[in-house]
Design a protein around this ligand. Sequence first.
Ligand SMILES: Cc1ncc(COP(=O)(O)O)c(C=O)c1O
Length: 425
Amino acid sequence: MADGVPSSAVANQTTSNASSAVPITFPDVQAARKRIKGSVYYSPCPHSIPLSDLTGMEIYCKLDNLQRTGSFKERGASNALLQLPPDQQKRGVIAASAGNHAQALAYQGSLLGIPATVVMPMFAPLIKVSNCRKLGATVVMHGAHFGEAKAHAHEIAEKEGLAYIDGYDDPAIIAGQGTMGIEIVDQVPDLDAVIVPVGGGGLLAGVALAVKSLRPKAQVIAVEANNVASFSAALRAGEPTRITTQPTLADGLAIPQVGTNAFNTAKDLVDRCVLVSEEQIALSILRIVEVEKTVVEGSAATPLAACLSGQLPELAGKKVVLLLCGGNIDPNVLSRVVERGLVSDGRLARFTAVISDRPGGLADLTSQIASAGASIKQVVHDRAFAGSDVSAVHVLCTVETRDHQHLAELRQRLQTHGVQTFDAR
Ligand SMILES: Cc1ncc(COP(=O)(O)O)c(C=O)c1O
């Protein structure tokens, strides 16, 4: 089932097995839905004409980025917190999280008066760290990766009598995430497929359970970032397996080993698992901003990346629901992603033009660029480092063009007017 993961990324360490898994059932998801109604937003799932045009599929977007803390994680957090015994609710809860589960626990905890402590790995995005603090959680920054943060959170839990709430493997969390599946079937009753991002597997397990229980013929497609493909590794090994991860824009998916309960719930319900690259994730964030007018984080852009990657031709013309399950992207990262996306589209480009160092040389160059319909963002006029020919000047040009072809036409036009250009580094 899993395809495309380099096996060298997979270490042989396996730490749990199917026999220790807790079964989670569709009635658990239905009970969660009743329990959390009122504390979690029933997010819309509109049809997207522009994304349908772009992909050739009938695309619907489940907008869980509109939850109060910007992600679906409030579903599971609310379901877990509401089931704690009263004395534990008083002592409080703790979790390790790179951000969204932490924010969800902090916010849903604050609604119920339950104190929350969150241990965040050092790479956690700044926006998620500061949001957790604003929501009233006690934030502990610890660990170079999620595993270290988790071990530290367990130590604190034991010392302080806090309940550890696993963000993707606690049965109450999985059942809570599954409520999104029930809503999706309500909103798009004749769906053909749903595409679900996978980190620790809780979202996939819950949504797959709900969708396959209500619509057995609908396909459930898992999507992972290439750099953190722990679900594919588990499928290959037949059990959760620890992998070596690489940095990814989809920071919410950066879990080196999927959960045992999540894996055992999801493994037979998932029809396919596809992997997407960092470039595809970045471009999908840009597309969603641009055509859908919606801001999503990397994890939530992976379903569109899967559609655009060419790996799902069987979904052409089909009703496909994308889980836009989180919107917590650092504005600095968003701006870099947008700029790189524009470069990769040929809409932002940089080249060096060699012009003669006579009066009017620069004016000629800029007027040629303008006549080609390109817009100059920046020019750097470089006399000192233009090589041995003192009659020549290098001009580093950053321009906005329509696409790669427009850029090629611009450079051809300059060439025809005797201006050499070369790629700028
Ligand atoms: C936005 C977003 N999408 C998807 C996921 C993956 O969820 P799970 O860990 O349950 O697989 C996460 C996890 O944090 C997330 O934050």
